[in-house]
Ligand binder design. Structure first.
Ligand SMILES: CC(C)(COP(=O)(O)OP(=O)(O)OC[C@H]1O[C@@H](n2cnc3c(N)ncnc32)[C@H](O)[C@@H]1OP(=O)(O)O)[C@@H](O)C(=O)NCCC(=O)NCCSC(=O)C[C@@](O)(CC(=O)O)C(=O)O
Ligand SMILES: [Mg+2]
Length: 291
């Protein structure tokens, strides 16, 4: 479950220290664009030390590395992989070949460090026009890939258009990513909403992302965590309905009925599938698996 994915700039020790206490399902230690080129080495050391000396029992840990056309990405992986983060996020991903290059290098470092091979997963950040067009190629490039992540700011810069709060300019990229991810049986995660003060705008943007099929959303501020968590959690009435669906199915079986109805509507396989998804979320959020 990755409802919220909180970015923490790798060069800010106070943010790294408190990262897992802020309610996000996932934290992303950033070595890329939140860190200026002359701070790359310092950020890498800080993130490595955070992974080495702190534990993060309450959330998943992702490390965002620098793009493969820079001098930094191999150094990033060499320093980080031995500390076994859950996930590596390669950036400006433009095709499956780039994912295989990163996956091969992760394997090399895992072997050198004696880390279980394949333990570290990959969450590609797609944020260019070419990357969006190659979304399926990227999603299916390697078994380590666990999802696709959309970067709306760099994407719109590459598209030569303005990034707006309404988000019309990223609609195609959003739906393309969700479809490519789901076609590979994995999830898509939405770009952050970058106005830290606008909670109404954040909620609207998050509701819209959820309605398109995204499973979660990046956030840049702890102030955004509660709203995004709430939007990506099932509501009380959704949970109640899901329980009713499962009870109706069981009752139908007992009575030997092939077709059943609930609240005047036919219950068929997709409705049962959705009910199971809601109950899995309920278990993960309220059943002890989640804070
Ligand atoms: C936005 C702002 C400067 C606002 O600062 P402010 O100081 O006004 O915030 P306040 O709310 O006043 O802070 C109150 C307290 O919370 C603490 N606090 C704040 N943020 C925290 C946080 N993230 N984690 C933990 N703690 C935090 C703070 O330290 C303070 O603690 P304390 O002093 O103890 O009271 C700050 O949030 C921040 O730096 N965010 C992260 C930015 C970042 O990572 N960007 C890169 C990743 S996105 C990206 O790259 C997108 C993309 O890749 C994809 C695409 O394409 O879309 C692209 O290409 O663009
Ligand atoms: Mg970016």
């Amino acid at each position: 479950m990755r409802r919220t994915m909180l970015f923490l700039p790798g060069n800010t020790p106070n943010m790294l220290i408190n990262g897992d206490t802020l309610g996000a399902d996932t934290i992303i230690f950033d070595l890329e664009d939140a860190v200026s080129p002359d701070e790359k080495d310092a950020a890498r050391i800080l993130v490595r030390n955070a992974l080495k000396y702190q534990s993060f029992p309450a959330c998943e840990v992702v490390v965002r590395i620098n793009p493969t056309d820079t001098e930094f990405w191999k150094e990033d992986l060499k320093a980080i992989i031995p500390l076994k983060p859950d996930v590596i996020m390669p950036t400006k991903v433009s095709g499956g070949e780039m994912i295989r290059q990163v996956a091969d290098y992760i394997t090399e470092v895992e072997k050198e460090a004696g880390v279980e091979e394949g333990a570290v997963k990959i969450l590609p950040l797609i944020e260019t026009a070419l990357g969006v067009e190659k979304a399926f190629d990227i999603a299916s490039a390697d078994k380590r890939v666990i999802g696709l992540f959309l970067g709306g700011e760099d994407f719109t810069a590459d598209m030569h258009c303005k990034r707006t709060k309404e988000g019309k300019e990223i609609f195609y990229a959003r739906t393309r990513l969700v479809c490519a991810a789901r076609a590979c049986g994995i999830e898509a995660y939405d770009t952050p909403f970058t106005d830290v003060e606008d909670m109404e705008g954040l909620e609207k943007d998050t509701e819209f992302a959820k309605s398109l099929g995204f499973a979660g959303k990046a956030v840049i501020s702890p102030r955004h965590v509660d709203i995004v968590n709430a939007v990506f959690s099932p509501t009380e009435s959704e949970i109640e309905y899901a329980h009713d669906v499962m009870e109706a199915i069981e009752e139908g079986k007992r009575q030997g009925k092939g077709v059943i109805s609930l609240r005047g509507k036919m219950i068929d396989a997709p409705i049962v599938k959705r009910a199971r998804q809601v109950l899995e979320m309920e278990e993960a959020i309220y059943g002890g698996a989640c804070r």
